[in-house]
Design a protein around this ligand. Structure first.
Ligand SMILES: Nc1ncnc2c1ncn2[C@@H]1O[C@H](COP(=O)(O)OP(=O)(O)OP(=O)(O)O)[C@@H](O)[C@H]1O
Ligand SMILES: [Mg+2]
Length: 229
């Protein structure tokens, strides 16, 4: 009989709940993610997808249950110090400095990581090679999203938390996003995505959060229902 132990999941959400502004947003969330794994959070507007990512990033604490990284509670300050260095965060707030060049907007983040030489290849991969010396204020919405993704690549951290990463991307941009996610996972990285739009990710775990504010039936809805007329 084999006595090999199953490896601990890299990330474990154990019966997690989360409150915001004294309201329960998430409850009974149980997910385990191993290296190379992917989690897709889906659900209606306001269902708590971004809240879940924020909690995993340490911006909100779970109100019940635990988030464990390598078996350790991320809210322990010693653990969080290490854990936060694993994270790459992409959200709708893009933290782009308009007066810096496209290149400097990525290199600045790379510098904070004490890394170098990754920014230009990352920008080229994301299709912004010809724009690297332009001021960031010249970028379109989709190009700004590509810049954010180039940052994620240049920072090169193992756990990606991506909030609506495909919003504003064209078809080629979505394919690039799918490609960099797949490559990151092949190297053992973890990707957690909140999205409304389809993003192809092989063997991803999908969690559909229940709606928090189901829409009440209106008079107009009733007119369309033969059983009520
Ligand atoms: N700063 C905040 N303070 C208190 N409550 C908030 C705050 N931001 C969001 N919420 C509430 O938390 C709930 C979940 O919001 P969240 O942004 O996580 O939803 P979401 O699933 O990401 O929605 P969307 O699809 O619109 O991005 C919403 O009801 C929202 O009103
Ligand atoms: Mg959201």
């Amino acid at each position: 009989m084999s006595l090999r132990k199953t490896p601990l999941p890299r990330l474990l959400l154990n019966n997690v709940a989360c409150m915001r502004n004294a309201q329960q947003i998430l409850r009974n969330l149980n997910v385990s993610i191993h290296d190379g794994g992917a989690l897709v959070l889906m659900g209606t507007n306001g269902s708590g997808k971004s809240t879940c990512l924020r909690m995993l990033a340490g911006f909100n604490r779970p109100s019940a249950g635990k988030v464990l990284w390598n078996g350790h509670d991320i809210t322990d300050s010693g653990v969080f110090h290490q854990y936060k260095l694993q994270l790459n965060w992409l959200s709708l707030k893009d933290a782009i400095k308009e007066n810096l060049t496209v290149r400097h907007n990525v290199e600045w983040f790379e510098l904070l990581e004490s890394k170098e030489g990754r920014s230009v290849p990352a920008l080229e991969l994301m299709g912004l090679g010809k724009l690297i010396n332009d001021k960031a204020r010249m970028l379109s919405m989709g190009q700004r999203k590509r810049l954010q993704l180039a940052r994620v690549l240049a920072m090169d951290r193992p756990i990606w938390l991506l909030d609506e990463p495909s919003v504003a991307l064209d078809d080629e941009g979505v394919k690039l996003l799918e490609y960099i996610i797949a490559e990151h996972r092949k190297r053992g990285g973890i990707v957690i995505v909140a999205t409304h739009l389809p993003i192809e990710m092989e063997d991803a775990m999908i969690v559909r959060l229940p709606p928090r504010f189901p829409r009440r039936m209106t008079f107009i809805d009733m007119l369309g229902r033969p059983d009520i007329s």
